[in-house]
Ligand binder design. Structure first.
Ligand code: SF4
Length: 344
């Protein structure tokens, strides 16, 4: 009520951001006039767990019509990473090894930046996040480091916006109570969420990356995530009947090992340094073939046409680049069929 600065609510589909959204909608419905626009943002990296993506898109559709009926000033937006920052463009197109704890190139590029791009054009925006104290000690330290004197407010990393964390002191029990015992809005279905959540871990960050447990252990993260050693979350879903995820799970396990296969890694980095470099063109083609096969078997669209076109362009650009050395750690020259001459 104090001002007309816009609010942006980071939504991942997980329990914390769902509880936050529910509370915001309840609070709004009790007002008689509105002073600010509220936008709920979900980031679709393109490699989200497909079951969760379907749930979120459906929830968004239902919420839109529920809020429209009540004339609540809420918009729903889907953020997507730039084409060159998408998971398969990076891995298959550029030859990035899939992310690890040491080389975690993904979260900023695929999750944080697309959301920031929408929010940061509004210098006075307030970002609402479903972060909570007590998730991990390291997280707590980061939260208190950024805290401003006002209890629920903190500063964004860029200092452009302020972050409002209304559920910072909620326990996990509070979260589930909020979801379960408020019948409004109906579109956030606590039963469905509870089913999806069985044994799931934390949520992936949507605006600011907080150190701590990788979001890859979460059901609300990427199905391709190789930051965690084992994706127990997806195996549990398969056990619970989501059999279409089996091929995706096998692919994830396969690529986690393939990443370290030195036969398919250049012995030189792109900056010329000697050391494990990009995945070779031959390796990238192996990954692409395998992915297209998974797509066929699972019946789930996994690679967009524009991504495939970009991948092929990036292959061509490596082939034409005299500084790109296709020598592997096994000291053999890799011949790529698509190239008229050997790459070296
Ligand atoms: S889920 Fe894994 S791959 Fe996806 S952004 Fe998080 S750490 Fe990276």
């Amino acid at each position: 009520m104090k001002d007309d600065c816009p609010w942006f609510l980071g939504y991942s589909g997980g329990k914390d951001s769902s509880a936050l959204l529910k509370l915001v909608i309840i609070a709004l419905s009790e007002l008689t006039s509105y002073h600010k626009e509220i936008t709920v943002i979900y980031c679709d990296t393109g490699v989200e767990n497909p079951v969760i993506t379907d749930y979120v898109y459906q929830t968004f559709e239902n919420l839109k019509s529920e809020c429209l009926k009540l004339c609540l000033p809420i918009k729903y937006k889907i953020a997507v990473p730039k084409l060159d920052d998408r998971f398969f463009v990076k891995v298959i197109g550029r030859g990035y090894p899939t992310p690890t704890n040491i080389f975690r190139w993904c979260t900023d590029k695929m999750r944080i930046n697309p959301v920031k791009q929408i929010i940061d054009v509004h210098p006075k925006a307030t970002v609402l996040l479903g972060i909570r104290n007590g998730e991990s000690k390291q997280r707590d330290r980061t939260i208190s480091k950024h805290s401003k004197s006002e209890y629920y407010l903190s500063q964004s990393g860029s200092k452009r916006n302020q972050i409002f964390s209304p559920i910072i002191n909620h326990s996990i029990k509070d979260i589930w109570s909020t979801l379960k015992f408020n019948n409004f809005p109906k579109s956030i279905d606590s039963q469905k969420l509870g089913e999806l959540y069985k044994d799931a871990g934390s949520e992936c960050p949507v605006y600011r990356e907080l150190p701590g447990k990788s979001c890859g252990s979460s059901r609300f993260g990427c199905w391709t995530c190789t930051v965690v050693r084992k994706d127990k979350s997806i195996s549990k879903m398969i056990e619970n009947g989501y059999s279409q995820l089996t091929y995706l799970h096998e692919f994830r396990n396969w690529i986690a090992e393939f990443r370290d296969n030195t036969e398919y890694r250049c012995a030189q980095r792109r900056n010329g340094q000697i050391g494990l470099g990009p995945i070779t063109l031959e390796g990238r083609k192996v990954i692409l073939d395998k992915l297209l096969d998974v797509e066929l078997k699972s019946g789930i669209a996994l690679l967009q046409k524009e991504e495939l076109i970009r991948i092929k362009e990036l292959w061509q650009s490596d082939l034409k680049n005299p500084n790109y050395i296709e020598k592997t750690a096994h000291s053999r020259v890799v011949k790529v069929k698509t190239h008229p001459k050997p790459p070296i």
